[in-house]
Ligand binder design. Structure first.
Ligand code: KG4
Ligand code: ZN
Length: 346
């Protein structure tokens, strides 16, 4: 039997995430207790292409989704019949990949006779901070830094996000992935660049920090990526081969990373000052980066702001962060039967 909002019975949610290259399912309660969170990564399938191949991602989601759901239910020690609500990230992302999750969620909700809730993947990245904190974090400035997005939001509640500014070209994670390809560090690029940078000198190259002294809350990482390419290969970029291990490569990685970190920390500081808010919540894969976490901590301390960054497992794509669905459930904001995947948002 379905428990309605406001009754004493616990409602169990099953959430699905298939927006990019992680197939994920999670079980949580209407009190935001996460009972299980399972993520099947497709990294190995995409590595030899140096990036996510949409068609491969969709097919891998098709293969993995039901086993991942079974695993999430088993780890939560409940069965499908106990599920009172199904949630799914339906936007933004790769359209074919999103469709797998949306179709499965619709079928499950219809088959079980329970409500379906559509959740925005970017909003969920911010909500991951709320989950990890175990207490209210709103109102706050939200920074989402992932492979697909780099944007600052004013978040008055978990469900109201006003865009303060985003990237004009590449997302920060995309820049990490492209620079990793230039340096021959493999895929996914973020963790590889971070590892390489640990042995490098962040001041070896003075790479551009776009808009850093400009009040606009916008980002641009494409010029930075090009600057790394020229610093690495000189003018002859067409015949260039990756530099191979050594100090040169480590210095390029460290100098690149330091430019990204400086810009992200400065823009967060400007957003806190502009909004007058004293809380910063950070989500998305790039927030797993340790130098970024350290820089944001130092900045927030100086500004007298509280910083919320989830543990690594909640930074990268997962379905537990879709617990944002509980907020919508409380409002009765259910998805229509003809819910569709929406690849674009913003
Ligand atoms: O949020 P996410 O898992 O997927 C998207 O929604 O895009 O973010 C993936 C991105 C990738 O670009 C990856 O290279 C980057 O996050 N990333 C990192 C780190 N770990 C993952 N970037 C920098 N440092 C890291 N440690
Ligand atoms: Zn994401």
């Amino acid at each position: 039997m379905l428990a309605a909002p406001g009754t004493n019975r616990v409602t169990y949610f099953l959430a699905l995430e298939t927006s990019c290259d992680e197939t994920a399912a999670a079980v949580f309660t209407d009190e935001l207790q996460v009972l299980s969170s399972v993520v099947a990564s497709q990294t190995d399938l995409h590595a030899r292409f140096g990036g996510v191949v949409p068609e491969i991602a969709s097919r891998a989601h098709l293969r993995s989704l039901l086993p991942v759901v079974d695993d999430a239910l088993a780890r939560a020690h409940i069965g499908l019949k106990d599920i009172g609500c199904v949630a799914v990230h339906n936007t933004p992302g790769l359209v074919g990949a999103l469709l797998v999750g949306v179709s499965a969620a619709k079928a499950l909700a219809f088959g079980l006779g329970v409500p379906l809730i559509a959740v925005n993947h970017v909003a969920s990245h911010i909500f991951a901070c709320r989950l990890a904190a175990g207490r209210d974090i709103f109102p706050c400035v939200g920074l989402v830094v992932s492979g697909g997005h780099t944007a600052l939001f004013r978040c008055d509640t978990a469900l109201s996000m006003e865009l303060l500014g985003g990237t004009r070209d590449d997302a920060a994670g995309e820049a990490f992935d492209k620079v990793a390809a230039i340096l021959g560090l493999g895929f996914p690029g973020g963790p590889a660049v971070e590892r390489e940078a640990a042995a490098g000198n962040p001041k070896a190259h003075d790479f551009p920090r776009s808009f850093i002294h400009d009040g606009r809350l916008e980002f641009s990482f494409s010029g930075l990526k090009t600057a790394v390419m020229y610093a690495c290969h000189g003018q002859d970029v067409k015949r260039a081969t990756p530099p191979g291990p050594g100090q040169k490569r480590a210095d390029l990685a460290a100098s690149f990373q330091s430019a990204v970190v400086d810009v992200l920390a400065m823009k967060c500081k400007q957003a806190l000052r502009k909004t007058g808010l004293a809380r910063l919540a950070v989500g998305g894969g790039v927030s797993a980066n340790k130098p970024l976490r350290a820089a944001l901590e130092a900045m927030c301390k100086k500004e007298g702001a509280d910083l919320f960054i989830p543990p690594l497992s909640l930074c990268t794509d997962n379905a537990a962060m879709a617990a944002l669905a509980v907020e919508k459930w409380k409002q009765g904001a259910f998805a229509p039967d003809d819910l569709d995947a929406e690849p674009n948002w913003l």
